[in-house]
Design a protein around this ligand. Structure first.
Ligand SMILES: [Zn+2]
Length: 700
């Protein structure tokens, strides 16, 4: 059998050699500046390239590896072309400029890639062995306990995973489930169903105060924090980490948002400020031979072509809903789906071969990226999942030749929902809609121009009454803003509740719900964002409204008295499912078009606004309401259980971040001989489950 394989390899080498020769001859006909002379020279160049790649590359990479890594692989392509250029210099009668020296080696690599695909030769079959040799593993002297490799498929809901398995798109995972080596289980995210909150919970066991993907910090000069932003992720990690993250004991974090307290994170946002500073030897394996990065680069270019083709097909077939996708997005997609994927797999194989890590957590981010733009069930995403599954197959094969045994867990951090965006449906962004419900000129409430003394004392940023207001909360608790009971507490009431406006409201409306349903919100003309003291953010189908003239969260009563049109106008909009506001008298309230859910005592007046949002919706919202930096009004889009549609407040047709449908239903696939974790609710439950598993592996 080995002789047959060796013969096959030899034949393959000859075929590739011939193809390279033809590429060189072809290039001499295309490029004026590439002079080949006799065609025999093409064979000589091919042989020289082959020899130098075998002999020169390993020597060069010893010195230049760091250069290749910190240049994100471009350095590797430059070295490839320098080698080619030198060869042409030494062969009499041959000459090439730097441009051809860059293009021709790439064209040769394209030929290799195409032929390998035709012959169904997986590049990794040999590359894995090469990595193993490179890391020069020494046989462990004593038996080491098994390590754990955790593979995250960003954004894949259990529902879409099951569909992919039915369609035979993910054969590796299907085999694990069917052979009963692994058990599939769904889990439920916390309210903010997005990577920032989920990875904080899974990797650090703590996602407190992560309100959404992005939020405003009123007490921090209205700074807008963004979970994945390279300059913000380190700040967030500092707040959530206690040093006992999932990866603190010889663990590695690869292509994640947070490190999980890993000492050597690779391509991780919270340690990624400058790529040049984030060199880690683990990445060396990405550049082991001359072809290794060329192949990644070719796949990168190919992904761009696939995306451009998809854009065209979506337009021709008029697939709806559809986003306008640009060439820039095509590059981002190729980066997420090819570059990061290839780097993650190779780094993992390197670390597993070395056998020193106890645990790794790597994210495959391609599905989330493509589903956001093409849709959750588009043909594009099935192809992405097929590729990710192939990576898992490669990792499983690599594990078999490792000295140390590794167990695999596959999970996702959240799902995604689908549907036209808010703007596509209603022709207006949430921010502009909110502005319409506010006074024409919000500057009236600016501390330099406001008129009312009530407002001056209660609401201007430097006011000291906040403490007093909170002191009085206990007295006023459980009394209804609109009920007569408030009268008895009049002398204990903060100023704003006794304003004339509120008196007027109480005359006109019997209750909160009466006000919501009967108040006719007048819409104003749209104001320009720069004139406004209002920040509206979208995190998928979660909207965050911050009235930034006040340096704390406003109470429901304050919002009602300041902006009577705002709350009824919001909840009566078709695109909005419910809002969360904090009442001074009644605590957190969920307000829908036809009903109010008082979270503190689970009292529902009218129709339950959380009816379609899952049995734990109230629990998640109650917890969320305690978070620092909560917006004055938290908005959740509608959710239609019949067609599972939601609508995003940002321009993404696949989206997540709020409540409703499969976005809160990710999955975990774990070894079947582990103890059943029963119910998994919240990202911290995954942290606890995996921490336990790591302990058990260590003691096995
Ligand atoms: Zn996403």
């Amino acid at each position: 059998m080995n002789i047959v394989n060796a013969f096959k390899t030899l034949i393959m080498h000859v075929i590739i050699g011939v193809s390279h020769t033809l590429v060189i001859i072809g290039s001499s006909l295309v490029f004026d500046n590439f002079i080949l002379g006799n065609w025999i020279n093409a064979i000589i160049i091919t042989i020289c390239v082959g020899i130098s790649n075998t002999i020169l590359w390993p020597i060069l990479t010893k010195f230049l590896m760091k250069f290749m890594v910190v240049t994100f692989g471009v350095g590797a392509l430059i070295i490839n072309s320098a080698i080619f250029y030198l060869i042409t210099v030494f062969i009499p009668g041959v000459s090439a400029s730097s441009l051809e020296s860059f293009i021709i080696p790439l064209a040769m690599a394209i030929a290799t890639t195409i032929l390998s695909n035709i012959a169904k030769i997986d590049y990794y079959d040999r590359y894995t062995q090469r990595i193993a040799n490179y890391v020069k593993k020494e046989k462990p002297k004593e038996k080491i306990f098994p390590g754990l490799i955790i593979l995250e498929i960003d954004g894949l809901s259990v529902d879409v995973l099951k569909e992919a398995l039915d369609k035979d798109i993910m054969p590796t995972i299907k085999k694990w489930i069917e052979s009963n080596s692994h058990t599939l289980k769904k889990w439920e995210t916390d309210l903010s169903s997005q990577t920032g909150a989920s990875q904080a919970g899974i990797l650090h066991g703590n996602n407190e105060d992560i309100v959404a993907y992005r939020w405003v910090e009123k007490d921090n000069n209205n700074k807008i924090m963004v979970s994945g932003k390279l300059s913000h992720a380190p700040i967030i990690e500092k707040r959530i980490s206690n040093g006992n993250g999932l990866l603190c004991d010889k663990g590695t974090s690869i292509t994640n948002m947070f490190t999980g307290d890993s000492a050597n994170p690779v391509l991780t946002s919270s340690r990624f400020k400058l790529f040049i500073n984030s060199y880690t030897p683990s990445l060396n394996v990405v550049f082991l031979d001359a072809y290794s990065f060329q192949r990644v680069f070719i796949l990168f270019l190919w992904e761009i072509i696939i995306e451009l083709k998809s854009q065209l097909m979506h337009r021709i077939k008029n697939i709806q809903p559809r986003l306008r996708r640009t060439i820039l997005y095509a590059t981002i997609r190729a980066g997420a789906n090819v570059l990061l994927r290839e780097m993650a797999t190779k780094t993992l194989i390197g670390d597993m071969s070395k056998g020193e890590i106890n645990v790794a957590y790597a994210s495959y981010v391609g599905y989330d990226e493509v589903a956001h733009h093409s849709g959750v069930r588009d043909d594009d995403v099935w192809n992405v999942l097929k590729q990710i599954d192939l990576e898992f197959n490669r990792l499983q094969k690599a594990e078999k030749i490792c000295d140390r045994h590794y167990e695999f867990v596959v999970l996702s951090d959240h799902g995604q929902g689908n549907g036209q965006t808010f703007k596509q449906r209603y022709g207006i962004t949430l921010a502009n809609y909110v502005r319409r419900l506010l006074p024409d000129d919000m500057k009236i409430y600016d501390k330099h121009t406001y008129i009312s003394n009530h407002f001056r004392d209660a609401y201007i940023p430097e006011n000291k009454q906040i403490g007093t207001l909170l002191d009085k909360v206990d007295d006023i608790k459980n009394s209804d803003f609109f009920s007569d009971k408030v009268e008895n507490l009049k002398d204990k009431m903060p100023d704003f509740i006794t304003t004339e406006r509120i008196e007027d409201f109480r005359k006109r409306y019997r209750s909160d719900l009466d006000y919501i349903t009967k108040h006719d919100s007048q819409e104003q003309t749209t104001k320009k964002a720069k004139d406004s003291t209002l920040i509206v953010l979208g995190s998928g189908n979660l909207g965050l409204i911050y009235l930034t003239q006040w340096n704390r969260r406003l109470y429901y009563e304050e919002i009602v008295s300041l902006f009577p049109n705002l709350i009824p106008g919001l909840v009566k909009h078709q695109g909005i499912g419910f809002i969360l506001v904090d009442s001074f008298t009644n605590g957190p309230m969920i307000i829908g078009q036809d009903g109010i859910y008082y979270l503190n005592n689970d009292k529902i007046v009218g129709k339950n606004p959380l009816e379609n949002f899952g049995e734990n919706a109230a629990m998640h919202l109650k917890r969320h309401n305690t978070f620092k930096h909560m917006p004055d009004i938290l908005v959740n889009s509608f959710y239609n259980p019949e067609n599972e549609e939601i609508c995003a407040f940002e321009e993404l047709i696949g989206s997540h971040g709020g409540l409703g449908g499969s976005q809160t239903r990710p999955f975990i696939l774990y070894p079947s001989d582990w103890k059943d974790p029963e119910e998994l609710i919240g990202a911290k439950s995954i942290y606890d489950f995996l921490k336990d598993a790591l302990n058990n592996l260590k003691n096995s």
